[in-house]
Structures are given as C-alpha cells and as structure tokens.
Design a protein around this ligand. Sequence first.
Ligand code: FES
Ligand code: FE2
Length: 423
Amino acid sequence: MSETAQTEAVIPAYLPSDILNGAARDEAISMMRRLVAHTKNKTTDQAEAPYLEPAANYLDEEIFKNEIELIFKRIPLPLALSCELPNKNSYKAIEVVGVPVVITRDSKGEVHAMLNVCRHRGALICQAGHGESRALTCQYHAWSYGMDGELKGIYGESTFGDFDKSERNLITLPVVEKHGVVFVCLTPGLEIDIDSWLGDFAPVLESLKLAECHLFSSRMMPGPNWKVAIEGYLEGYHFASLHANTVFKTNLSNTAIFDGFGPHERVSFALREIENHLDDPEDTWDPTANVGTINWLFPGFSIAGGWRQRMAIGFPLPTTNVNESMTEQRILVRTPIPEDEAGRHELEVMRDWFYDVTYGEDYITGYGVQKGVAVTTDKTQIFGRNEPGVQYVHRTINRLAKEGAEAVYGDASKVKLPVVLQD
Ligand code: FES
Ligand SMILES: [Fe+2]
C-alpha cells in the first residue's frame, strides 16, 4: 500500500456515446484491435529502449525560466474551451505562467484574448474565473473596456486631462478558436498558424466534437513541477499500484497503445470491459465502451474519456516557481447540463472523484517525486519501454526548447536548455 490517500468513492459510470462514425470509427476500431491483441498477449506498446531524463530538467531554475520563455510564451496554448464562453458577452480570466490573461466572446460572438492588465496603472481587471458582462471594468479607478479590449470609458474624464485613448486599449494577444478549443499565444504580435501546429492531430481533435459540449465545472488544483504533473497523464503503468481502488477498477494496468502526432499525442488504455469482447466480431465492437483514451495537446491539455458522454479535461501549467504547477480541471458533458438535483448530483460526484484521484493520488505522489528527484544521487529519471507517451513528451519539450532558442537567439548555445542525453 502506498502512503498516498487512496480514494474509496463510488466510481462514476463510463457512459458510451454515439459520436464515432466514418473515418473516426474506423480509427477507433483499429485502436481497439491493437488493445485486444495486447490484452490477449499481456503486452503493451513499447518504445525502442528505456529513456533517461536528467534530474536537472525538473529542478534547474534557469532551464525552467528558459522553457517558459522559449516554449510557453511562443506556442499556441489551449487556454479555454469554446463551451467556457458559451454566450456572447462572456469571459474567462486565468493566470498563465505568471501572465494574467482574459479571453472574451464579444457581442458578435467573436473571440478575443488580452492581457488582463489595466492600461491606467496596471491593475488586474477581472478576477480569475468565468463571467458574463458587456464590458470589462477595472476595480481600481473604473476605467472600462469593450469586450474587444477597446478603452471606452474613463471615470471623471473631464478631470483626468487629455491623452490619446486609442493608445490605451487592452493589449491584445494572438488567439484562434478551432475545433472547440481557444488557443492563445502569450506574446503580443506573434502569429498563430493553427493548422501547422495541430498537423495530423486536427482530425483527431475535430472528431471529439468539443464545440458541442457543455461545461459542468472548472476547478483549480495545485500540483508539483509541471513535467512531474503531466507524466501521470501519459502512462498506465501506475494504475494497478497507485490507483488500485480507483482507476484500476475500470482500466487494465500496463496495457496501452501510443500514437504521436507532432508535438501532440494520444495514449489509450484497455478498459476492463474489453475482456468481455476479445473474440467478438469487430463489427459488433463499441470502442467508446472498451477504450479509454487520453487525447493530449502539447504542452499538457489532457482530454480524458473523449468518446464518452462525460469528459475530464485537465491542463497543468507551470507557475513562476519551478516546484509548482496549477491545473485547471474541467468536467464536460455532451448533453445539456441537467437541471434536476439527481442529475446534477451525479455530475458533482464525478467532478469530485476526478479531483480526488488526480490530486490525492497522482499529485500527492508527484510532490514526493519532486522532493525525491532533488535529493537522490540518481542523476536521471528512467522511463521504461512501456512508457512511450512520457518518453515522447520529454523529447518534444527538449526539442521545442532548442528550436525556440534558435528562433529567438539564432544560436541555441547562448541559453541554458534542458539537458539531453538521448534523442
Ligand atoms: S488601474 Fe485600472 S482604472 Fe486605474
Ligand atoms: Fe494516475
């Protein structure tokens, strides 16, 4: 028994959906075929060899700072779901690697992203969270901005004195809404080429139909170093041991398939239900009931249960401290949010179950990893052949940090980057 608090709650039901059809269903059947073979053979997808990741890459403050500048401030970050801004004149405010951001949907339905920083004297305009409003008004001296960031109103304007108001609109950030996800770049002026960024992952994301979903809940969760936090989403090797009373009740352990799509990836686990269908004809298979998929957008946007009626979407982001992350965990449903008490209660149970498993089991363990990696005499973490998803993300982080350094400095050797032992 580990020292972590194992959660003894009723496990929320996995409800299959009918969203798979055409090419997406063919793809899902081929994934189930791979998992049926692994279940029969007691095997799992494997990388070519074990992989070593230097401990310094979890600890070194300069490497961490450069990762923030070279990766997090340059790539399109999936900072919101379309269903978090369901109505015209709605907004979401969130702090991302120390940068306060507000994302809005204006009166025409168009999405904008801006620094959540007043152009008078820099106060935070919206408190973190979701809301509806026709304007964004600063609490300090009540300057107000349109939902597109234009400075509209100055309290006591006749006393303030003349200045060029058009120079004091909110600072806009590049933003693109695609396949139900809102991508934001934290650096003003950079362009987002979303089709290049998503690449072959675009049809996978599109097939999840996130734009048609409804947001039930959103909760923030503190965690360890961002890399330690994301590792837990990308392998099922730990299910039998760490999640003995939770995830392992419905998923097989160490039985998974892996697919990489540029920086993004997909890790799919065999649900226990698959054991009832190993010899059934393929045309009777329902992958939504037998395959548990994590669809994962770099650098950590994890969509769990994407073919089912209900999904848990987590996004661990670094804070400004190398030892901390902050995860926004959301519950999405494919049908409108129930208005009756019983229906809402069922979703609340699911919300709390996912929070308790992720925090009480994965992140509490991750805090231990974070301490352990700082004091051990091991200079490296080792990831097995059976942990291809984690190997893949470390390779991606290290590659993007180097490419980012070259883009910014022209010469990657001028900055301290993650240490790479293998590629
Ligand atoms: S800082 Fe916002 S109105 Fe003064
Ligand atoms: Fe886990």
